[in-house]
Design a protein around this ligand. Structure first.
Ligand code: ACO
Length: 429
């Protein structure tokens, strides 16, 4: 059986080309040879937003959006959520396999050992307004952390890189908690790593002060652990692509993580659950749903938390989150917006507009309801996404740096602007 290939005829020249097909793709560089003459640069492909272009080979996360499959390192997301703790998932994302007990204990110990921040770092927060959005504040702390870790620039040294990746994963919950406490005017606290990765984070959010020994509610810790797992990675989404693109310049992992935080903060990506809550509050009650959906059909509004670039069926994470919702409500009391959300979903899934466009709830449709019930305000939700996604980002970064096929990311463009214009002195323009 010959190697699969694609025969293409360039009708401009009549020439035919055999393009190799590997892993269901052709190489964009293989079409460059298609030229109309010696002065022609060669054919390029145009793919704004990379909707049909692969940018890497990866072994981290598999998604089949048509049937709603999500696997990290080959492990289905539902099984991970049920049988593994987030730190096991983080280990698997970074290393390829779920850890043995000994490996997990060692990894948890490595994280615990690094769960402390440089003494002066949080002074950055003193210069930031309490009412500012928490994502830029998290970004500032993450980038600032890099200034305490100058050797992190040696990204080609695997041991150095791994050390800083572990530090960032260990310290991201501390940065996130510090941002929360700054916004709430609470005194900063040091981590209590003996509570575990997620348990300590929940404690750092809720503690009145360093001496607060109120135990972390196990239902809430478990719910947060599952939410962390669901947000661990999602292959080449906007923030992972940002992480890889910025990292391809061999930029240090702190700055790259800052760039990924920026990408995640947008309302079309990690900021969507914040928008879902605003939307549910605006709708206000179930009787207003039909009018709201009229607006969606007429393109006056989007049904936030619905639709996905990759999932054209039910996002598997949304199903798991629905279950977690009810467990959390058992502790916190029911969030009244859940009735609006459930009814919105029921009506939308039966409507032609959504069916024709394969629009289903995504992970963000229900996650905000849980976060709100836990006392988080909507603008902080994306921070809760960034903490676990840090493990995914760094796994993508590591894989990218180890991949001999990768180079500095540098897309091409189709230039449509002016050429060769005369520069008249300002007074004559
Ligand atoms: N509400 C109403 N209509 C929608 C929605 C929505 N949420 N999402 C897509 N559509 C419509 C579009 O208007 C378009 O309609 P048209 O064919 O009549 O022009 C069609 O469905 C296709 O949509 P696109 O925007 O082309 O799909 P794309 O893959 O580019 O967008 C996205 C995906 C950005 C997630 C989009 O569905 C959206 O904006 N959803 C709301 C925001 C959201 O929930 N984001 C979270 C994503 S998950 C995450 O990042 C963790």
């Amino acid at each position: 059986m010959p190697d699969p290939s694609l025969k293409v005829t360039d009708n401009r020249t009549g020439k035919s080309y055999d393009l190799k097909i590997q892993d269901g793709t052709i190489k964009a560089m293989d079409i460059r040879q298609m030229q109309t003459g010696p002065d022609d640069f060669g054919l390029m492909s145009h793919d704004p937003a990379f909707t049909n272009t692969t940018s890497c080979r990866s072994k981290i996360t598999f998604i089949d959006g048509d049937v709603g499959i999500l696997e990290y390192r080959g492990y289905p997301i539902a099984e991970l959520a049920e049988h593994a703790k987030f730190t096991e998932v983080s280990y698997a994302l970074l290393n390829g396999d779920l850890p043995t007990k000994a490996q997990h204990d060692a990894f948890a110990g490595e994280l615990a050992k690094r769960a402390t921040l440089p003494a002066g770092l949080l002074k950055i927060l003193d210069g930031l307004p309490k009412g500012g959005h928490p994502m830029p504040a998290l970004m500032a702390l993450c980038a600032g952390l890099g200034t305490y870790n100058n050797d992190a620039r040696h990204v080609r040294d695997k041991a150095v890189r791994r050390e800083h990746m572990t530090r960032i994963i260990a310290q991201m919950p501390l940065l996130a908690a510090a941002v929360w406490r700054h916004r709430k005017g609470l005194p900063q606290v040091n981590a209590r790593p003996e509570l575990g990765y997620v348990g300590n984070f929940v404690w750092m959010i809720r503690a009145a002060d360093q001496n607060d020994r109120t135990p972390v509610n196990p239902v809430i810790e478990k719910a947060m652990d599952i939410l962390f797992t669901l947000h661990g990675d999602h292959e080449q989404n906007c923030s992972a692509a940002a992480m890889r693109a910025v990292g391809s310049s061999e930029c240090d992992p702190y700055s790259c993580t800052g760039a990924a935080i920026a990408a995640l903060s947008g309302p079309l990506h990690g900021g969507a659950n914040e928008e879902v809550l605003r939307m549910l509050a605006e709708i206000g009650n179930v009787s207003k749903i039909p009018a709201f959906l009229d607006g969606v059909r007429n393109k006056k509004a989007k049904l936030m938390g619905f639709g996905h670039r990759v999932y054209k069926s039910y996002d598997p994470r949304a199903k798991i989150i629905q279950k977690v919702c009810h467990e959390v409500f058992g502790v916190t009391g029911k969030n009244s917006k859940i009735d609006i959300a459930v009814e919105l979903e029921r009506i939308a899934l039966a409507e032609k507009y959504f069916i024709e466009r394969n629009l289903y709830p995504n992970v963000d449709f229900y996650s905000g309801l849980i976060y709100e019930s836990l006392g988080f305000d909507p603008s902080y939700f994306t921070v809760l996404f960034a903490v676990p996604r840090t493990s995914g980002w760094l796994s993508q970064y590591d894989e990218m740096l180890e991949d001999p096929e990768q180079k500095i990311a540098r897309p091409r463009q189709i230039y449509l602007g002016h050429r060769g214009r005369k520069v008249a002195p300002v007074a004559e323009r």
